[in-house]
Design a protein around this ligand. Structure first.
Ligand code: PBG
Length: 312
């Protein structure tokens, strides 16, 4: 009766990795219980998420061929484009399809953009490529494009490209406050996208900064973002709360791969009960102000929440 925060399956978004050139799903060693999907196994996973009541699916592609520009990211027959078409065909409007829009899974050097001769990331040239990725994902059926590369001006450019290509109804979920975090370690196995040299600190945010996160989120809304995101979640709850207060669009928090790995390793070591730990963490992220949570536990947590409702 006195509870201030509710957590339901409809608050949870299921992230999925779809990999080109495999015939069976491949387990992700650093994320026990998670796997790279074939299109067929992706459909099964998404059916499970939809049946459990999850809000949406966030799709990442792992292409067979990488190059300096990451051209498979905008290929009409790219793995994410094919997966989007299959999911739309299979589920119609029963599932919201969000496409991660970035280049790191597609470039041979692993950075989120194209490089200048000196190895630094060229912001504006990268944004131009993001617009191509976004339009191709929208054409393949994405409801929402989620630019995650943290380039300046990416939201405005993507919004403009979607509008001028007939995709005015496709929404933008901006990764607004994405920290340069160690917590993305396991993701780089999952999506095969560790930078071959250097790090992402020239485009991702300094963990020490809070005001900058608020400024970026507000700026992304001005540029046309329909929702904003804070990432990671558990180490940025203060940021989630401030961004929730400072904006009037839905705020998503991404409970990232390292958070998943950390919690499950601790549970496996007997530190605490896994189910209780997952539900407590997700409730805390909601309490901080997140309207939506992207979590690798989405499907399981959704089932646990239903069991709780049914008194199990
Ligand atoms: C970049 C991207 C990353 C994640 C989501 N989008 C990796 C990175 O920035 O290094 C990380 C998600 C996670 O760790 O779960 N396309």
């Amino acid at each position: 009766m006195a509870r201030e925060t509710v957590l339901t399956p409809g608050h949870l978004i299921h992230p999925a990795f779809v990999r080109e050139g495999i015939t069976e799903p491949v387990p992700i060693a650093s994320m026990p219980g998670q796997q790279q999907e074939t299109i067929a196994s992706l459909i099964l996973a998404v059916r499970d998420a939809v049946d459990a009541g999850c809000a949406a699916v966030l799709l990442f592609g792992v292409p067979e061929h990488k190059d300096a520009e990451g051209s498979q990211a905008w290929a009409a027959e790219g793995i994410v484009q094919r997966a989007l078409r299959s999911l739309r065909h299979e589920f119609g409007d029963r599932c919201v399809l969000i496409a991660d829009c970035c280049l790191d899974e597609y470039t041979d050097h692993g950075h989120c953009g194209v490089l200048r001769a000196d190895g630094s990331v060229d912001n504006d040239a990268t944004v131009t490529l993001y617009t191509r990725v976004a339009v191709s994902q929208a054409a393949a059926g994405a409801d929402m494009i989620a630019p995650s590369g943290m380039m300046d001006g990416q939201v405005a450019a993507i919004r403009g490209a979607l509008d001028s290509n007939g995709f005015a109804d496709t929404a933008v979920l901006a990764y607004s406050a994405k920290y340069a975090s160690v917590m993305y370690g396991p993701f780089r196995d999952a999506a095969d996208c560790a930078p071959r040299f250097g790090d992402r600190r020239s485009y991702q945010m300094d963990v020490a900064n809070q005001r900058e996160a608020v400024r970026r989120a507000v700026g992304d809304v001005v540029e046309g973002a329909d929702m904003v995101m804070v990432k990671p979640a558990l180490t940025a709850l203060d940021v989630v709360a401030r961004v929730r207060d400072a904006t009037d669009v839905p705020v998503a928090a991404y409970c990232v791969s390292g958070e998943y790995a950390m919690l499950h390793a601790a549970a496996a070591a007997g530190a605490f009960d896994e189910r209780s730990a997952v539900l407590e963490s997700l409730t805390a992220i909601r309490r901080a102000g997140a309207d939506l949570i992207i979590t690798y536990d989405a499907r399981r947590a959704a089932r646990w929440l239903r069991e709780e409702l049914n008194g199990v």
